[in-house]
Design a protein around this ligand. Structure first.
Ligand SMILES: Nc1ncnc2c1ncn2[C@@H]1O[C@H](COP(=O)(O)OP(=O)(O)O)[C@@H](O)[C@H]1O
Ligand SMILES: [Mg+2]
Length: 214
């Protein structure tokens, strides 16, 4: 595949959506064909799965059912959108991908589902395919949640199923993302997201240049 696949990861309110939009505009200006997408919900069918996952009561199904829905969404996302775009040479920017599954399903839920099981599931849906670069936006949990709540006030459909969880869950997530970065230094870069939008955008551009030469 000739394109590049870049994923953005991190907790709620760290600035993923904001930075993807800015990076997309930057790369388009440089003449690249860019596809922006997200998980869950990167495809039409995925949107239906997303609604099940992010809206409503946090206990409406358990962590195992949740994990299976995420992997179903990912398979559809890869086959219908990500792989075809990469074949065409596009740069694909995804707001969350597999590291979020590991962070939420493993670190967030106190390691109820084994890491090796999650890795096996990943292999079933994606084989050996991996992002070319993963940017992990790291911020103090309370600061991120405050941003996220402020944004939700302005949204019609409130996607707050996760924001409602206890602080410890979000602290575990943050720790999880940092562990994932340590285990995958060739793919992951951690960025301090407690900066202005413009400052962080510049950091993103620097890394994308350094790592992928874009
Ligand atoms: N660096 C930043 N400083 C202050 N506010 C920010 C910053 N980045 C994003 N925001 C604001 O915080 C909210 C959450 O940002 P968003 O990009 O949606 O985060 P995420 O997609 O990671 O949940 C938005 O209202 C956004 O405008
Ligand atoms: Mg977002």
């Amino acid at each position: 595949m000739t394109g590049k696949f870049i994923t953005f990861e991190g907790g709620e309110g760290c600035g993923k959506s904001t930075q993807i939009k800015l990076l997309s505009e930057y790369l388009k200006q440089k003449g690249y064909d860019v596809v922006t997408t997200k998980e869950p919900g990167g495809t039409e069918v995925g949107q239906e799965i997303r609604k099940l996952l992010v809206c409503g009561d946090k206990d409406k199904f358990d962590d195992v059912a949740e994990m299976l829905l995420y992997f179903a969404d990912r398979r559809i996302h890869l086959t219908k959108k990500i792989w075809p775009a990469l074949e065409k040479g596009s740069i694909v920017l995804s707001d969350r991908y597999a590291d979020s599954t590991m962070a939420y399903q493993y670190y967030g839920y106190n390691k109820r589902i084994q890491k090796s099981r999650l890795n096996d599931m990943y292999k079933i849906v994606a084989g050996d395919f991996k992002p070319d670069l993963t940017l992990i936006l790291d911020i103090d949990v309370k600061k991120g949640l405050a941003r996220s709540y402020a944004k939700a006030k302005t949204m019609e459909v409130k996607e707050l199923r996760f924001e409602g969880r206890e602080l410890e869950f979000h602290e575990n997530l943050r720790h999880g993302f940092l562990e994932i970065a340590k285990e995958n230094p060739e793919r992951c870069v951690v960025l301090n997201a407690d900066k202005t939008i413009e400052e962080l955008h510049q950091d993103v551009i620097d890394i994308v240049k350094e790592r992928l030469g874009l």
